[in-house]
Design a protein around this ligand. Structure first.
Ligand SMILES: Nc1ncnc2c1ncn2[C@@H]1O[C@H](COP(=O)(O)OP(=O)(O)OP(=O)(O)O)[C@@H](O)[C@H]1O
Length: 430
């Protein structure tokens, strides 16, 4: 292993074999002895290769079940790889299944002593640090309580507080920061920052992309056990959120169009549609399809959301740019139409509305099919699913040409640590 490498993972695959046939009784065992047991094979990791330099922090991201925890367990030597090789230089502390080994009938204090022993701390160190551990976990008042009387969150806090007393060179962390309240999470961040300053190498599995973006120099993206990408954190998070095709493939237009114009009308005949519009939904009842009304002289054909790479996407990083494109078709030429959108939470709470009239944009007469773009410089919502209603009306809103209510949706992935629905630009001063 190269001298500056702390962790090397080379061609690692992991397969689980789940037996199909259950042999619970003696008879079943005897009767089945001559038959070959059948197994279902799960390839949970396939050919994963990457290396981590000393002092680097690497985030491991991917959908549920993509193999992140299994990979950490293989690196921690809890699981043996089916193929491939892992090398770790220095003392490794895994924060994986925190609290394994806790005894429910022992007190908090007794458990800390026992857990610290499992984590490899000497008796002297445990004696010196036990108060710190309990106070870091915020369990001073509970030190003589039996563990079984604590909430599961309290137990994880206690396990985390004990585990950080070790002096690791390489730290493996699985979602620890997802536990506990904001105050405890803040304390965890402080500990990780200290470890980072001290040059500890960290591998960090998390669904919290904001933490990964802030803490990690690099990231590894897994999908169905395969390594999709490994590299600079921002690039890998983009790859995860926007997908492989979300970065400039066929039929994409963002590069040429740029993002400078705030709102623009295009013509499908001249430029062609940039995404395949869904079927026109002119006839739809209340109980099937969207709520929709209007005389459809101009009808909305589709709405597409474009990401910063100019590709159609349904997921966005918070604070990234977004372009909303409304495709329309003209059944009868109209003068001076107003295009608008309404933005809602998934529960239907109205967040924002705007239209071309409010932004002083005027069209004389529209005779041909086309599209109009609304460009958002920075998505202010922090996380969640959002709904959009596109609408076309006349200037005094007395005629609705088309309105499709809360039908189109997109998801915003959190990339920050603030809490709530949207960002309020602000600063603290003392
Ligand atoms: N011991 C096991 N036996 C069989 N299958 C397993 C075992 N451990 C994990 N798996 C399967 O391996 C796959 C990957 O699991 P893993 O926990 O590594 O994914 P993950 O990316 O960490 O998921 P999550 O984000 O939900 O924690 C899952 O389909 C899981 O069911």
């Amino acid at each position: 292993m190269a001298s500056d490498r702390a962790v090397e993972v080379e061609g690692v695959s992991k397969t689980f074999r789940i037996p199909h046939e259950k042999r619970a009784t003696v008879f079943e065992t005897l009767a089945g002895a001559l038959r070959k047991n059948e197994y279902e094979v799960f390839n949970v990791l396939e050919d994963v290769t990457f290396s981590v330099t000393e002092g680097e922090c690497v985030g491991i991201i991917g959908d549920n079940g993509s193999g992140k925890s299994t990979l950490l367990k293989v690196i921690a030597n809890i699981l043996r790889p089916t193929k491939g090789r892992v090398a770790v230089r220095g003392r490794m502390t895994p924060f994986l299944e925190l609290g394994v080994g806790f005894q429910p009938d022992l007190t908090v204090r007794e458990n800390v002593g026992m857990y610290a022993t499992i984590m490899g701390l000497s008796n002297g160190m445990i004696r010196d640090r036990i108060e710190d551990v309990i106070s870091f976990a915020g369990l001073g008042r509970f030190e003589d309580a039996k563990l079984k009387n604590l909430s599961s969150g309290m137990q994880v806090r206690l396990a985390f507080s004990t585990a950080i007393q070790t002096d690791p060179d390489v730290l493996l962390v699985d979602e620890v920061l997802a536990v506990g309240d904001m105050e405890f999470q803040q304390k965890c961040f402080e500990v990780f920052k200290r470890y980072r300053r001290e040059g500890v190498t960290i591998l960090f599995v998390s669904h919290d992309l904001g933490s990964v973006r802030r803490f990690c120099d690099k990231a590894l993206l897994l999908s169905h056990g395969r390594q999709v990408a490994f590299g600079e954190t921002g690039d890998i998070i983009d790859r995860y959120v926007y997908g492989g095709e979300g970065r400039g493939g066929a039929g994409e237009d963002g590069a040429e169009e740029g993002l400078e114009e705030k709102s623009k009308v295009g013509s499908e005949e001249s430029e062609g549609p940039q995404t395949k519009p869904r079927k026109v939904l002119l006839e739809c009842s209340q109980d099937s399809g969207p709520r929709r009304w209007g005389n459809h002289k101009i009808a909305i054909k589709d709405v597409a959301f474009f990401n910063k790479f100019g590709s159609v996407s349904s997921r966005f990083n918070s604070f990234d740019p977004m372009k909303v494109r409304i495709y329309y078709e003209v059944n009868e030429a109209v003068s001076d139409p107003v295009f608008g959108i309404g933005l809602y939470t998934a529960e239907g709470l109205h967040l924002y509305g705007t239209n071309t009239a409010l932004k002083d944009l005027k069209f004389d007469r529209i005779e041909r099919d086309g599209y109009i773009d609304l460009e958002i410089d920075k998505i202010p919502m922090l996380a969640g699913k959002f709904l959009l209603s596109p609408a076309i009306q006349n200037r005094d809103y007395s005629i609705t040409y088309d309105w499709i209510d809360k039908y189109y949706s997109f998801e915003v992935i959190s990339t920050g640590r603030d809490d709530g629905l949207f960002e309020v630009p602000c600063k603290w001063f003392v």
